[in-house]
Design a protein around this ligand. Structure first.
Ligand code: C2O
Ligand code: CU
Length: 513
C-alpha cells in the first residue's frame, strides 16, 4: 500500500464508522436538522483564537528541522531509519510558556510528511494532520509551522503521516514555566524499536493486515516475530496488578520489538544523566513508542508524580507507573547513593526492557538486565491522580454528552472508533460548550486515546480528576472525560497505537457554528 493510500485509509476510517455510530445520551442532543457549518483549519476563528493566545512582546523561537533517512547504531549494528536532523531522538525543542515557535521543516523523506505537536493547545492549522488541517509536506518541500505554546509542560512532536512515528522521527518539546525555578531536569524518551532491523514499520503494518480471520489463527500472535531475534510475545496476564483502574489486560500490544530504547540507546549502552545526589530531579517521562505501554521504575527510589501530559497534579508517591503510548509523566526522584542508578522501562506483555542511568558519581554501571523491585511495588492508579487546583476545570453544566466506542480486534486486523455523527460530521461541538466524552472500550486490548488541541479532565465524583490529553482505556472498560471547547477547528481523537490509528481507530471532534 502506498503512503498516500494509507493516509486516505485513515480519513476514510474516520468517517466509515458513521453508520455504526452510537448516539450519546446528549444533554442537548445533536439534531440532524441543526443548521451548521464546520469550522475548518482555515476558518478566521482559528486565527482569532491564536491572536487571543498571543501575549504582547512574546519572543519567537526558531527551530530548523530536516526529516531525512539516516543511519544510527544499536548494539554495534548499523540500522537505517528516518530521523530529524540525523539524530534519534531529534533535537529537543525547549521554550517558555507563551513563546511563539517557528519551526521550518524540510522534508527529505521519500514520502509526504507532517508534524504534530503532541499535547499542545495550538492553532488548528498548525496541528499537522494531513488532509484535515494541512496538505502534507511533499518530498523536497518545506513548510513552516508557527504557533504559540501556551501551557508549560512536557510534550513531544512526531509525524502524523503513515507509520512514520515508528521510525526515529520524534523529539521532546518542553515548555518551561517562567515563574518556576529550574532544577535538575532529565528528559526520558522511551521507544519501541523495529526500523532497520530487517523490517520497516510499513512492513509491520503489512504483516498485521495479513492477519487471518479469527478461527484460522485465533488470537495467537506468535507468528508476528518475523526475523526478529526476540521470542514470541507473552500475552499472559501482567503480574502485580490489583486495582480495577489499572491498564492491565491480556493484550497490550500487537508487535514484538527487537529493541527498547531510552533516548535512542539500548540497555547495553545506556544514556547517562548527571544528577545531584540528595536533590530532587525532575524526570520527564515520554512514551514515544508506537505499540508498547511501559512500566517505569528507578532502582531504590520512590517516584513523586507531579504532572501528567504537561499539567500539574497534587504530588503522589508511588514505586512505579504505567505509561501508554503518547502519555507523559513528570516525576521527581531523589537519589541519595553515589554511583549509577538505573531507570528501567519494562514493556508490558513483551520481553526485554529499556534502561537509562542516573549518575550521581563514579561507580560501575549495573548489569544491563537489572529488574528493580520497585517494578513490583505500588503502582500509580488513575484514581490516585488529582489535578492541581489551578488547572481544574470549573464546575459547569454539560452541553454535549457523547459516547465514543472503541471497536475492533486483531484477526482480522481492524480497529475503529464510533461516535456521535451526522453525515460526515463527527462529534460536533460549538465554541464554549462543556463537552463530555465517555470512552467505551469494548475490545480485548488497551488503547491510549489521544485528543488533539485540548487537555480534558478525567471525570471523578470530587471533580478533581487529572487533566490529560492521552489516556489509557483498559480492555472492556469505560472512562469519562470533560473538556471546554475553546479551540476552534477540527481535532482528531485517536488511539496512539500507530498501527491502530493507521487502520482507522480515529475520529474527529468538529467545531461547528
Ligand atoms: Cu501524538 Cu495524533 O498524535
Ligand atoms: Cu488502540
Amino acid at each position: 500500500m502506498s503512503p498516500s493510500t494509507r493516509r486516505t485509509l485513515v480519513i476514510v476510517g474516520a468517517f466509515a464508522l458513521i453508520v455504526t455510530g452510537v448516539w450519546g445520551t446528549a444533554v442537548r442532543p445533536w439534531q440532524e436538522a441543526e443548521n451548521y457549518s464546520v469550522i475548518g483549519a482555515t476558518d478566521p476563528a482559528v486565527a482569532a483564537a491564536e491572536a487571543e493566545r498571543r501575549t504582547p512582546g512574546a519572543s519567537v523561537q526558531d527551530v530548523a528541522l530536516t526529516a531525512a533517512p539516516t543511519t544510527f547504531t544499536i548494539e554495534g549494528a548499523e540500522v537505517e531509519t528516518w530521523a530529524f536532523n540525523g539524530a534519534v531522538p531529534g533535537p529537543e525543542v525547549r521554550v517558555q510558556a507563551g513563546d511563539i515557535v517557528r519551526a521550518e521543516v524540510r522534508n527529505e523523506l521519500p514520502e509526504p510528511l507532517t508534524i504534530h505537536w503532541h499535547g499542545i493547545a495550538l492553532r488548528n492549522d498548525m496541528d499537522g494532520v494531513p488532509d484535515l488541517t494541512q496538505d502534507a509536506i511533499e518530498p523536497a518541500e518545506t513548510f513552516t509551522y508557527e504557533f504559540t505554546a501556551p501551557d508549560p509542560g512536557t510534550y513531544f512532536f512526531h509525524p502524523h503521516t503513515g507509520t512514520q512515528l515508528d521510525r526515529g522521527l520524534y523529539a521532546p518539546f518542553i515548555v518551561e514555566d517562567p515563574s518556576q525555578p529550574g532544577g535538575d531536569d532529565v528528559v526520558v524518551m522511551i521507544d519501541d524499536w523495529v526500523d532497520g532491523t530487517g523490517r520497516t514499520p510499513d512492513d509491520v503494518l503489512d504483516e498485521l493486515l495479513l492477519m487471518p480471520a479469527e478461527g484460522d489463527m485465533g488470537h495467537d500472535m506468535s507468528e508476528m516475530g518475523g526475523d526478529s531475534p526476540t521470542p514470541p510475545m507473552d500475552h499472559g496476564d501482567m503480574p502485580g496488578t490489583t486495582s480495577a483502574d489499572q491498564p492491565l489486560v491480556s493484550d497490550t500490544g500487537d508487535v514484538d520489538y527487537p529493541f527498547y530504547l531510552i533516548n535512542g540507546r539500548p540497555p547495553s549502552d545506556p544514556a547517562e544523566y548527571e544528577v545531584t545526589p540528595g536533590e530532587p530531579v525532575r524526570l520527564r517521562l515520554i512514551n514515544a513508542g508506537s505499540d508498547t505501554p511501559f512500566r517505569v521504575a528507578v532502582v531504590g527510589a520512590q517516584l513523586t508524580v507531579v504532572a501528567t501530559d504537561g499539567f500539574p497534579v497534587e504530588p503522589v508517591d508511588v514505586d512505579t507507573l504505567f505509561l501508554g503510548m503518547g502519555e507523559r509523566y513528570d516525576v521527581e526522584v531523589t537519589i541519595d547513593e553515589v554511583g549509577a542508578v538505573p531507570l528501567v522501562a519494562e514493556p508490558l506483555g513483551k520481553p526485554g526492557e529499556a534502561v537509562a542511568l542516573l549518575r550521581t558519581g563514579p561507580g560501575a554501571a549495573p548489569p544491563a538486565d537489572i529488574s528493580p523491585t520497585q517494578l513490583g511495588g505500588r503502582i500509580l492508579a488513575l484514581s490516585d491522580l488529582r489535578a492541581a487546583s489551578e488547572v481544574r476545570l470549573p464546575a459547569a453544566p454539560v452541553d454535549r454528552d457523547y459516547s465514543v466506542e472503541l471497536t475492533g480486534g486483531m484477526a482480522p486486523y481492524a480497529w475503529g472508533i464510533a461516535g456521535t455523527s451526522d453525515g460526515a460530521l463527527t462529534l460536533p461541538v460549538r465554541d464554549g460548550d462543556r463537552v463530555r466524552l465517555t470512552i467505551d472500550n469494548g475490545t480485548e486490548m488497551l488503547h491510549p486515546i489521544h485528543l488533539h488541541g485540548h487537555t480534558f479532565q478525567v471525570v471523578t465524583d470530587a471533580g478533581d480528576g487529572p487533566r490529560k490529553d492521552t489516556l489509557i482505556v483498559s480492555a472492556m472498560s469505560r472512562i469519562t472525560v470533560e473538556l471546554d471547547a475553546d479551540n476552534p477547528g477540527q481535532w482528531v481523537l485517536h488511539c496512539h497505537n500507530i498501527y491502530h490509528a493507521e487502520v482507522g481507530m480515529m475520529t474527529v471532534l468538529t467545531y461547528v457554528r
